[in-house]
Write a protein that binds this ligand. Structure first.
Ligand SMILES: NC(=O)C1=CN([C@@H]2O[C@H](COP(=O)(O)OP(=O)(O)OC[C@H]3O[C@@H](n4cnc5c(N)ncnc54)[C@H](OP(=O)(O)O)[C@@H]3O)[C@@H](O)[C@H]2O)C=CC1
Ligand SMILES: O=C1O[C@H](COP(=O)(O)O)[C@@H](O)[C@H](O)[C@H]1O
Length: 506
């Protein structure tokens, strides 16, 4: 890795404070940053370098997985940070930034390698890229890279427009689109799942797999991000990006170690094989939900439309479940169920692969509990199998769970992995434009059907496992969600046109 300048737009913002500074610090103390290293933080407000460094220090004390204990190490880290007040929409401000970048490069003797991290509101992404180009910051000796935060567009059209704008300044290989799920260990592990495990390789197709379930359940609501979330909903916030990335990572076929291009090509192939959903089919294949008041871990939760900053008449989805089909050689006939939601009963991201029931001896069909492969993505990390065994007392066949793969707790966070990869120029775990575009294209009919209110808005109690309709979605194929924390739950179901009915589901 070569020394570089890390130019951070949005240096006074929430993400920088909670994720980016702690990631840089942990990379620094692990010796994973090429030294000397230069960081230039940008924001509109006026700050001295000293004030900026003090803010960075506070962020480490609050959010870093390893707190700074050694004053000289901390000082060495903070000394890399400089601040420049800049309005992203003001082209002349970029001249000031260029001068500072060059001065620091000369002072530290580092090449003109510059990485621009856009941790600002998405409406600024295009403007910043243009200004980087016009100011000369993006040219000259050395490599130039752009890290882009999500969301990448609001729909298919706006994503294409944004990409078009970025591509006037940066080549695709210079753009690193962050999807922090791709930085998680267990997601990165999916790359080796098939080729490092001959047993899984042998079983990895529609011949043995009945269905796949991908769940990202959150206990938090919209928190401080009402303005953004009410425009986005679960479909844009989680489904179009993180959930479809999990789908691609699981369903791609990598029977041997591959390079980044191959991984991306295989992921793209999964989305290309995804059966398109016509707008008229959305209601039959997608469940849209919104949380009502409830209780989560002893905490009272108000209903979504009473959250501060949310439109009281909002129809925004805080929950989505969908049934998808990958029409390729390996997965034809295997439903992939995906669901994600806020204010649910559990914080967990989990993939469950259910295997088929092939045991038929003569006329007897044995309906044993299914074999499951369970991949815990977070906050627990691990992988285990549900197998069956005979109870020695009564001979009954019962399921048991193999021991989960234990993971050390103090492992690098997703942002550490991703920032390190971007500094190294390693693109495997970033979203390529082809994937982003195909993902938007696939969800576009869902966005339109939601917008036109063609899909009932199912209300669910905060602290439940989501709307009952998400269970019915699986029952249609004779399936059920496995390993829910509370398998029996109550929910309140309403559609956008009718009254509310309280249903108990068990
Ligand atoms: N926070 C999070 O948990 C997550 C955030 N993201 C994404 O990260 C990005 C940043 O989010 P977040 O940190 O939460 O946002 P914040 O609102 O907390 O921060 C915005 C930053 O942008 C700067 N800024 C705003 N307007 C201008 C301007 N005209 N010129 C220069 N700087 C400006 C602000 O600095 P100042 O006020 O000093 O001008 C501030 O540093 C967004 O794209 C968001 O979608 C993605 C995933 C999670
Ligand atoms: O990108 C986002 O992800 C978080 C969930 O991430 P996790 O790592 O905690 O699973 C989600 O809360 C947020 O709304 C979304 O923007």
């Amino acid at each position: 890795m070569e020394s570089s300048t890390f130019v951070l737009f949005g240096a006074t913002g929430d993400l920088a404070k909670r994720k980016i500074y702690p990631a840089l610090y942990n990379l620094f103390i692990d010796g994973k940053l090429a030294l000397p290293f230069s960081v230039i933080g940008l924001g509109r407000r006026q700050l001295s370098d000293r004030e900026f460094q003090s803010n960075v220090e506070q962020s480490l004390n609050s959010f870093s997985r390893r707190k700074p204990h050694d004053p000289s190490t901390l000082q060495a880290f903070l000394s890399a940070f400089r601040y420049c007040s800049l309005n992203v929409s003001q082209p002349t401000d970029y001249g000031k930034l260029l001068t500072m970048a060059r001065e620091r490069e000369a002072e530290l003797g580092i090449p003109e390698n510059r990485i621009f991290y856009l941790s600002v509101a998405p409406e600024f992404f295009g403007t910043i890229a243009t200004n980087i180009k016009q100011s000369g910051l993006g040219t000259g000796q050395g490599w130039k890279r752009l890290i882009i935060e999500k969301p990448f567009g609001h729909d298919w059209q706006s994503a294409r427009e944004l990409n078009e704008k970025l591509s006037q300044t940066f080549e695709e290989h210079e753009v690193y689109r962050i999807d922090h799920y791709l930085g998680k260990h267990m997601v990165q592990n999916l790359e080796v799942l098939e080729y490092a495990n001959p047993m899984i390789h042998a079983l990895w197709s529609n011949r043995y797999i009945s269905n796949v379930q991908i769940t990202a359940s959150e206990t938090v609501g919209v928190e401080q991000r009402a303005g953004y979330y009410d425009q986005a909903g679960a479909i844009r916030d989680m489904f179009q990006n993180h959930m479809l990335q999990l789908l691609m990572m699981l369903a791609m076929h990598l029977p041997r170690p591959s390079n980044p291009e191959e991984v991306r090509a295989k992921k793209k192939r999964v989305l290309e094989a995804l059966r398109p959903l016509n707008r008229g089919d959305v209601a039959a294949n997608v469940v849209r939900g919104q949380y009502d008041a409830g209780e989560i871990a002893g905490r009272n939760v108000v209903k979504y439309t009473e959250e501060p900053g949310i439109d009281p008449h909002s129809n925004t989805d805080t929950f989505i479940a969908a049934r998808l089909w990958i029409d390729d050689y390996f997965w034809t006939g295997v439903p992939f169920y995906i669901r994600t939601g806020k204010s649910l009963n559990e914080k967990s991201t989990r993939i469950v692969v259910e295997f088929k029931q092939p045991l038929q001896h003569g006329d007897a069909v044995h309906n044993y509990p299914p074999n499951l492969l369970v991949i815990e993505i977070g906050p627990d990390e691990g992988m285990y199998l549900q197998l069956n065994s005979k109870d020695p007392r009564d001979g009954k066949i019962e399921p048991f769970i193999t021991t989960s793969l234990g993971r050390p707790t103090d492992v690098p966070e997703a942002y550490e992995n991703l920032i390190h990869d971007a500094l190294e120029g390693e693109p495997t775990f970033f979203a390529h434009w082809d994937e982003v575009e195909l993902a938007w294209k696939w969800v576009q009919p869902i966005l339109e059907a939601f917008e036109a209110n063609e899909v009932p808005l199912r209300r669910y109690r905060a602290g439940s496992a989501g709307p009952e309709a998400s269970y019915r979605l699986l029952e249609q194929q004779g399936h059920q969600w496995w390993l829910d924390k509370v398998p029996a739950h109550d929910s309140t179901t309403a559609d956008t046109t009718g009254g509310t009915t309280h249903e108990v589901f068990s």
